[in-house]
Design a protein around this ligand. Structure first.
Ligand SMILES: Cc1cc2nc3c(=O)[nH]c(=O)nc-3n(C[C@H](O)[C@H](O)[C@H](O)COP(=O)(O)OP(=O)(O)OC[C@H]3O[C@@H](n4cnc5c(N)ncnc54)[C@H](O)[C@@H]3O)c2cc1C
Length: 231
């Protein structure tokens, strides 16, 4: 059945994100030990942010690698999870198509561009129905889920737990919020960023498409929002 409602939940995030990054930053430049620095933080949020922003803008990214975030994601297509798992500094646990057999008609994500074209959408749904029938026929004949899944489409719904550090989230956002990225992965990453920004608004300038950080577009096929690299 077509599934629409992408669900993204931020299931783990440190409450003291600023203090952890601040400790990491100050440890690099202070005669005091890291333990004392952390235990004796009395500085204002403004002062912490001032140092943190300076350190990040000078490219000292190890300081934000200490922040680990975990997201639970439902109703995402295998096409989108395949794009997500290309990010090598992330950790994943994904619903198995070997162990979890789809009962009846499997759920799938319909790309908006297809949904908008009524006739093609009807054909798309028919194709899914037929795929589902064959998939179930194979399971009933004793073929294992791990083999029957080979006919399931990229559109098949999945569920995934994804963890990453803050440096990688910024990198992910810079790449996947770009309009050159596919709409579904862009929507997933946008939701991930929004959940983090609800708690940590100061990250707003970092969780943006790469063109907003670079000031130009380095894509061959630019959307035209900002000037091209050699323009
Ligand atoms: C719009 C778009 C289109 C794409 N199209 C295609 C496509 O057609 N085909 C395709 O195969 N992929 C495609 N990709 C995926 C892309 O090639 C990357 O695999 C993916 O974006 C992960 O990016 P990354 O390697 O920078 O990031 P991550 O894997 O998240 O790594 C982050 C950073 O760590 C460093 N790093 C990680 N691993 C290594 C390593 N082994 N050696 C050196 N440095 C490393 C790099 O600096 C890297 O940028 C596309 C991605 C986007 C955003």
């Amino acid at each position: 059945m077509p599934k629409k409602e992408l669900e993204v939940s931020l299931i783990s995030v440190p409450d003291n994100m600023l203090d952890v990054i601040y400790t990491a930053c100050r440890t690099c430049y202070s005669p005091d030990g890291a333990v004392e620095i952390f235990k004796n933080i009395t500085d204002s949020k403004e002062k912490k942010l001032n140092l943190i922003k300076r350190v990040i803008s000078s490219g000292h990214y190890s300081t934000i690698e200490h922040i680990q975030l975990t997201f639970a994601i439902n109703n995402i297509s295998r096409a989108a999870t395949h794009q997500l798992v290309r990010h090598r500094h992330m950790s994943f646990s994904q619903k198995s198509q070997r162990y979890v057999k789809e009962k009846g008609e499997f759920d799938y994500i319909v790309p908006l561009a297809i949904e908008k074209k009524q006739q093609l959408f009807e054909k798309f749904k028919k194709h899914m129905e037929l795929t589902s029938l064959l998939y179930n026929e194979m399971l009933e004949s004793g073929i294992k889920g791990e083999d029957a899944r080979s006919i399931l489409p990229n559109a098949a719904v999945s569920s995934i737990v994804a963890s990453l550090n803050l440096r990688e989230l910024i990198h992910l956002a810079n790449l996947r919020l770009c309009t050159r990225a596919q709409l579904e992965i862009r929507t997933v990453v946008k939701k991930m960023c929004e959940l983090v920004l609800e708690r940590e608004d100061w990250l707003r300038e970092h969780l943006v498409p790469k063109c907003e950080r670079l000031g130009y577009c380095d894509e061959d096929n630019s959307c035209g929002k900002v000037k091209p690299k050699n323009g």
